[in-house]
Ligand binder design. Structure first.
Ligand SMILES: [Zn+2]
Length: 384
C-alpha cells in the first residue's frame, strides 16, 4: 500500500514534500518514495508515526473526575489514597478497558504504565499496544523490606507474562523522592542497576523544601500518614541533586513532571547519568498545581524531552496530541516539528522501543496517525 499527505513527519522532522510511504499489510514500512506511486492513497492534514505515552497510570482510570482541579499536589495525593479503593473490580476493569481504547483511538501505540498492583496484567496481553510497566515501590522508612518485597512480587507477575505480538517489558522503580527512603532507593537500585527507571520528579515545590530544610507540606503529609521521618536528615540540596546519587548512573532515567526543576538540577543530573529523558505531562500539571514546567529552560539545558498523559485522575483525556496542544498554547515559540518529535521518536527512545516504533523508516512498524486541523483544533486518528 502507498500513502501520502500534504505533510509527513517521520518522527524526527518533516519529510520532503511529495514523499510517499510504502507500507506492508502488517504495518511494516517497506520504503519511502520521493514520487507518487500507482494507487497512492491521499490523506488530508499530516501523517506521523504512532504516539508514545511515556507516563500513564491505567490502574487509576476509574478515578476520572473524582478529584477536583487545582488542589495542589499534597491534597491531590491524599484524595487519591482515600478514593482509589471505593470501586468494584468490574468498575475498575471497565474503566481500564475504556482508557486503553481511548489511547488507541488517539493514536497512541506504546505506553509507559505505572503499576502499584497486578491490575493491568490482563490488559497488557490484549495486544493493543506496547507496554513498559513501571512497578512502583513506595515506602518512606528505614527498613522498607516489606514494601520492596511487595513491589518485587508485583514485578514478577508482569515479568512472567508470555511473549505476545507487542513489546511487554517491566522494571522496578521508586515512586517519588518524598515517598521512597534512601534505603528503598538502594534496594530498587540493587534489583537491576541497568533497569529503566521512571520517577515522579519535582512535581511540587514542597519536595525541594523537604529535602533542603525538612519543612513544608510534604512533612505535614508524612505526619498525617503516621510516618516517622526522624531518620531523615535534610541534605541542604534539592531532591534531584540528592537522590540522583542514591542510584547507579548506569540506569537510563525518565524524570516525570519536572514542574519545579531549575536549570542547575537539569545540568547536574545529565552530568552524572548518560541517558536522561524529561517527560512532560502538562495537562496533569495544570489540573493539579495549575503550573507548567519551564519548558524553554529544558529546551536549552536538556536534550530528550518526551510526553506523558499521567492518569485520568488528573487529566480529562489520555491524548498525547492534547498534551502537545497545551504546550503549544503556552510556548508558541516551540514549532510543531519539535513537538511531534517529542511525541514519537523521543518517547520511543525513552521507552527503549526505537528499533520498532517512533519513526517512519524502512523495516520499522511505528503505526501511522493522521492529524487534521493541526493549527486550530488538532484531531488524531490512527490509520494503521
Ligand atoms: Zn504519575
Amino acid at each position: 500500500m502507498f500513502i501520502t499527505a500534504p505533510k509527513i513527519h517521520d518522527g524526527i522532522s518533516w519529510l520532503p514534500e511529495g514523499s510517499v510511504i510504502e507500507i506492508a499489510d502488517d504495518g511494516t514500512i517497506i520504503a519511502i518514495h520521493d514520487t507518487l506511486q500507482d494507487g497512492t492513497i491521499h490523506y488530508d492534514g499530516i501523517l506521523t508515526p504512532g504516539f508514545v505515552n511515556v507516563h500513564c497510570h491505567l490502574e487509576l482510570s476509574h478515578m476520572k473526575g473524582a478529584i477536583p482541579e487545582h488542589t495542589g499536589l499534597v491534597p491531590f495525593l491524599q484524595q487519591v489514597m482515600q478514593k482509589r479503593f471505593g470501586f468494584t473490580d468490574e468498575q475498575k476493569a471497565a474503566a481500564r478497558e475504556q482508557a486503553i481504547n481511548e489511547m488507541y483511538a488517539n493514536g497512541i501505540v506504546a505506553v509507559g504504565d505505572i503499576c502499584n498492583t497486578t491490575d493491568v496484567v490482563d490488559l497488557r496481553a490484549s495486544g493493543k499496544m506496547h507496554f513498559h510497566s513501571f512497578v512502583e515501590a513506595i515506602g518512606f522508612n528505614e527498613m522498607p523490606t516489606k514494601q520492596y518485597d511487595y513491589a518485587v512480587q508485583v514485578y514478577n507477575e508482569y515479568a512472567k507474562q508470555p511473549v505476545s505480538n507487542t513489546i511487554l517489558r517491566q522494571s522496578n522503580i521508586p515512586h517519588a523522592p518524598y515517598s521512597v527512603s534512601h534505603a528503598l532507593f538502594k534496594l530498587i537500585d540493587a534489583h537491576n542497576p541497568d533497569a529503566l527507571i521512571s520517577i515522579h520528579n519535582q512535581e511540587s515545590e514542597a519536595e525541594d523544601e523537604f529535602y533542603i530544610r525538612k519543612e513544608g507540606a510534604i512533612r505535614t503529609l508524612l505526619s498525617s500518614l503516621g510516618i516517622d521521618d526522624s531518620f531523615f536528615h535534610p541534605s541542604g540540596k534539592s531532591s534531584l541533586q540528592t537522590y540522583m546519587r542514591w542510584m547507579s548512573p548506569t540506569h537510563p532515567l525518565i524524570l516525570v513532571h519536572n514542574t519545579y526543576t531549575p536549570s542547575a538540577d537539569a545540568i547536574a543530573v545529565q552530568r552524572l547519568y548518560e541517558n536522561v529523558y524529561w517527560c512532560l505531562c502538562p495537562n496533569a500539571n495544570l489540573y493539579i498545581e495549575n503550573k507548567l514546567p519551564d519548558i524553554n529552560m529544558l529546551l536549552l539545558d536538556a536534550n530528550n524531552i518526551c510526553i506523558g498523559t499521567d492518569s485520568l485522575s488528573s487529566n480529562h483525556q489520555l491524548s498525547v496530541l492534547a498534551e502537545l496542544q497545551t504546550i503549544k498554547q503556552h510556548y508558541y515559540n516551540i514549532d510543531w516539528a519539535t513537538l511531534l518529535r517529542w511525541a514519537t521518536y523521543n518517547g520511543a527512545k525513552a521507552l527503549q522501543m526505537q528499533d520498532t516504533i517512533g519513526k517512519i523508516e524502512e523495516s520499522k512498524k511505528p503505526g501511522i496517525v493522521q492529524v487534521t486541523d493541526l493549527e486550530t483544533n488538532p484531531i488524531a486518528k490512527r490509520i494503521i
